[in-house]
Design a binder for this molecule. Sequence first.
Ligand code: ZN
Length: 145
Amino acid sequence: MTRRTFSVLSLLCAQGALVRRARAESSPSSLRGKLTTVGEQAGALTLPGGELVFLTGDEPTRGVLRDARLNGVDFEVIGRRLRPGWFEIEPIHKRAMFVHKDGKKLFVTYWCAVCAIRTYTPGICWCCQEETALDLRESLEISNS
Ligand SMILES: [Zn+2]
C-alpha cells in the first residue's frame, strides 16, 4: 500500500459515518470539465460534450468557485445533480473538489507559509491576516512540508 493510498483510506475512515449517511440519501457522482469562475453565487463547468453545468455548494465551497486563480482549469467535483443544469458539490469537509494538472488529480487547498496554516477556501489567514496562497496538493497528509 502506498503512503498516498493509506492517507486517503485514513481520511475515508475518519469520515465513514458521514459518508454512510450520505449514501443512504443518494450516492454522489463526479463531474469533470473546464471551470469558469462566474461571480458571487456559482461557478460553472463546461463538460467535454459542451454542456454548461452551474455549480453550487456550501459557503466555503462557493468561495473556491469564485477564486479567479482557478478560472479555466480542468476541474472535477463530487456531488449530486440538482435540477437540470445545476450540480451541488459535497460539503467542504468532504474535500470534493479537484484540479487535474499534468496527469495528476490535486486537492484544492490554501496555504499560509508564514503561519503554516492550511485552509480549504480562499481568504485571509485567520492568524496573520495575510492572503493565503492557492496550493494544489496530491494528498492531504498532515505533514505540511
Ligand atoms: Zn498566516
